[in-house]
Design a protein around this ligand. Structure first.
Ligand SMILES: *Cc1c(COP(=O)(O)O)cnc(C)c1O
Length: 346
């Protein structure tokens, strides 16, 4: 591998110094200091102060749980903000490119458009695995980021660790593994490999398994060097106080998060079984996530029929390799029964 972080960072970003906000200098530790530095309203109401720009309390728990240091963590307003920061730190508009592997998460394409970055697409193989040879062939010196979504949305499978390893070892840019669904998978997180691969970035989120899509908390993990670059460009108060408090409470409640994940996995099994009995469902793809992709006889027709019965699912038929597919999120037992009943009546 020929990876050198200095060659990946945009020139203007190299020269930036992080904006130092008032709260960067001193964070209240509950002592008797008087804070007259940030032009806040002094009357306490729980949120009258600016939040900690480095989210220290939350990061200390997350770092400990994931076996990394706080310097290897950057938090954002959802992983969508984290992904956007990656573009802005490493991809020079109208010059650099990224590589994505459709069918996959739509935000990589959206963000490449917003940032004027060419998106080189390499289709997954028919069994939804990265085509390693093709990816390495299409990569050039301006290919700054390769996005691997594993478990992949919308196909639901985790990529083979062997293929991911080959990409980490041979791609000369950054490799982002989007682990939004990792908590539903038996495969191990790639976080434990951060010290082996200087080009590895792992993103996670509280939006799925942790049940906190509404608070917007995305997690980026990488080498301290990569994280320090991102820290230079992140908005100082990108994670608000309410989000920090709610997230901290939730990540400390390991038992209940695990319990909910287990219930969702049980429900996924039941749903898979029930879907087998639906005659117009032709393929049920193996899922490592909290959703199931199926191939049906006519996705547009079935989608509309379900909508008429008040069940909203995702029609993925226009995605490459996903003709006539529908994606069902695993819901509560009651919701899943409603879905199955609706499907049976069609
Ligand atoms: C849902 C999802 C996310 C979550 O994004 P947030 O902005 O953190 O809510 C990230 N990546 C993938 C692949 C997803 O499906």
């Amino acid at each position: 591998m020929n990876f050198n972080l200095q060659n990946i960072i945009r020139e203007n970003v190299k020269e930036l110094r992080p904006y130092s906000s008032a709260r960067d200098e001193y964070v209240s530790d509950g002592s008797q200091m008087v804070f007259l530095d940030a032009n806040e309203n002094p009357f306490e109401n729980g949120v009258n102060r600016y939040p900690d720009p480095q989210q220290r309390s939350l990061k200390s728990v997350l770092a400990q749980q994931r076996g990394i240091s706080q310097e290897q963590l950057l938090l954002g307003n959802g992983s969508d903000e984290v992904l956007d920061l990656l573009f802005r730190a490493f991809c020079e508009p109208a010059t650099d490119n990224i590589i994505t592997l459709p069918p996959t998460y739509g935000m990589y394409q959206v963000l490449s458009g917003i940032n004027t970055i060419k998106n080189k697409e390499v289709l997954l193989t028919p069994d939804f695995e990265p085509d390693v040879g093709q990816i390495l062939e299409i990569a050039d010196k301006n290919s700054k980021i390769l996005f691997l979504c594993s478990p992949n949305n919308p196909t639901g499978n985790s990529f083979s660790p062997d293929r991911i390893t080959r990409l980490l070892e041979n791609f000369n840019g950054l490799v982002v593994i989007d682990e939004a669904y990792t908590d539903f998978s038996k495969d191990k997180s790639w976080v434990s490999k951060l010290s082996s691969y200087p080009n590895l970035i792992v993103t996670q989120t509280l939006s799925k398994a942790y049940g906190m899509a509404g608070i917007r908390l995305g997690i980026c993990m990488a080498s301290a060097e990569i994280i320090s670059v991102l820290n230079k460009i992140k908005p100082p108060y990108n994670v608000n106080e309410l989000t920090q408090q709610k997230a901290l409470e939730r990540v400390l409640d390991v038992e209940n998060v695990q319990l909910e994940v287990a219930r969702i996995l049980t429900e996924r099994k039941l749903l898979e079984k029930a879907l087998k009995e639906i005659p117009f469902i032709k393929v049920i793809y193996k899922s490592d996530a909290n959703f199931i992709l199926v191939k049906v006889d006519d996705a547009d027709v079935r989608y509309d029929q379900l909508l008429e019965k008040g069940v909203v699912i995702r029609n993925r038929t226009t995605q490459p390799l996903c003709g006539n597919t529908l994606r069902f999120t695993v819901g509560t037992p009651k919701e899943n029964k409603i879905l199955i009943n609706a499907l049976s009546e069609l």
